[in-house]
Design a protein around this ligand. Sequence first.
Ligand code: SAM
Ligand code: SF4
Length: 341
Amino acid sequence: MLLKEGYRLGANMRDPFGRAITYLRISVTDRCDLRCVYCMAEEMTFLPKAELLTLEELERVAAAFIRLGVRKIRLTGGEPLVRRNVMSLVNALGSRIGPGGLSELTLTTNGTQLTRYAQDLFAAGVRRINVSLDTLDPVRFAAITRWGKLEKTLEGIFAAKAAGLAIKINTVALKGTNEDEFDRLIAWCGEHGFDLCLIETMPMGEIDQDRTNQYLPLSLVRARLSRTWTLEETDYRTGGPARYVVVKETGRRLGFITPMTHNFCESCNRVRLTCTGTLYMCLGQDDAADLRTPLRASSDDGLLEAAIREAISRKPRGHDFVIDRRRNRPAVARHMSLTGG
Ligand code: SAM
Ligand code: SF4
């Protein structure tokens, strides 16, 4: 449920650079039913289940963040919809939508479970979701996700649309893999009423391949697209890192997330919680705060809130992602699936 930003009064947390922290992303699991080549190695070692926060604990941490000024929560992963009973967390957070609470609850998903969950998500108060889809070609889809079937994801996307959820498609731009498909994706999104966001690959976690071979600068893609489409500048922002244009021919938005060619840190309003209760203050830095210990140390939330405030006071100015052949190792060792992108 989207409410006007205007009621955002009260105790916003500010980081050392004056940025109000109003957006929390929660990775509810590091597990996934797919193995996208840019995200994971095929053989992944996942966290032992005993280390995970329970869904009730995740809700308690989220509630503390809401008291401290967070207004938007995105559930992600791994694949958020493969966590057992995830709807109990979605429903609990959904009940916090409203004045003084959340202005938006949303999630990022690979779509495989949406036929099962789309209606429940809408009923819980979710109004828009991001679905990751890198190709419309079934053979390519199987190659990129290693284990996925395009049909299942498409069925999920259309179930979400039928349930009334607004959809943004997230597509990672991969050199030599899907770069010839962006025109088709723009047309397809236009046809079905979806926004589209293209993302540059980020150097996170060891995968089975050389990332320099995957990296495609979006400045190049945008220049190529503007030969086919009329890309109209817009100042539309979601508070996130994407810069948007409107594709005149389809009337839909097209976003570019360009961490590598354009640093988006100056307006960063977010922090990321993992399923073990570790808080990362920046996607591209290793510094983190343990919230599980203060959470479990007392049933009162004083220690937890103090730990959150202390963590925010350490939020760094930004990341320093680099992908080049001389520095052929990830900027951070953890995978995107741990912090949820
Ligand atoms: N499983 C869900 C999904 O795929 O939407 C949510 C988690 S996934 C880690 C979140 C987003 O991160 C996806 O859109 C995915 O394409 C993107 N992603 C994963 N690894 C990435 C990387 N190394 N660079 C850029 N984007 C990445
Ligand atoms: Fe799973 Fe999402 Fe990573 Fe693909 S991008 S492997 S769907 S977590």
